[in-house]
Design a binder for this molecule. Structure first.
Ligand SMILES: [Cu+2]
Length: 154
């Protein structure tokens, strides 16, 4: 029996090498990363960014050392109420298309912040993609220019 196993293994490895697109070619450019400041002891905030993938990709998850938990959220209307929910399958990033996460729409959510975010500071966030290598960014803490977020405190 033993000698039969080896050829199978070699075959499986050869099949692996024929993947259509090596992940090393997949990149995502990230611009305009901002996080909303957290006044008055708020420990939750939204972060916004524009992502352009070189190949079809997905933003599958995020992490931030300053937050207890970080998720990619969508806004949706349920019973006439705007709610947000985690995008469990991630966010699609079609090749060459600038995908904006912005107030009132998809966003990155930081929860359980260990300290308040003050305007002018920076927040480290790591973005994990289906194909591209994980990317660490530093988002600027600033009030979003266009403020359409229902969760905002005013
Ligand atoms: Cu959210």
């Amino acid at each position: 029996m033993k000698h039969l196993i080896l050829p199978t293994l070699v075959l499986a490895l050869a099949g692996c090498g024929q993947a259509p697109e090596p992940d090393a070619q997949a990149t995502v450019s990230i611009t305009d990363a901002t996080c909303r400041p957290t006044p008055n002891g708020l420990d939750v905030t939204g972060c916004y960014v524009t992502l352009t993938a070189s190949h079809d990709d997905r933003l599958v998850s995020i992490s931030a050392p300053q937050a207890g938990m970080a998720q990619v959220h969508e806004m949706k209307i349920e019973d006439n109420v705007m709610k947000m929910a985690e995008l469990k399958d991630g966010l699609a990033l079609p090749a060459g298309e600038a995908v904006s996460l912005s107030p009132g729409g998809n966003h990155m959510m930081l929860m359980g912040l260990k300290q308040p975010l003050v305007a002018g500071e920076q927040v480290s966030i790591t973005l994990n993609f289906e194909h591209a290598q994980p990317m660490g960014i530093r988002a600027l803490v600033a009030q979003p220019a266009v403020d359409g977020d229902h969760a905002s405190p005013h």
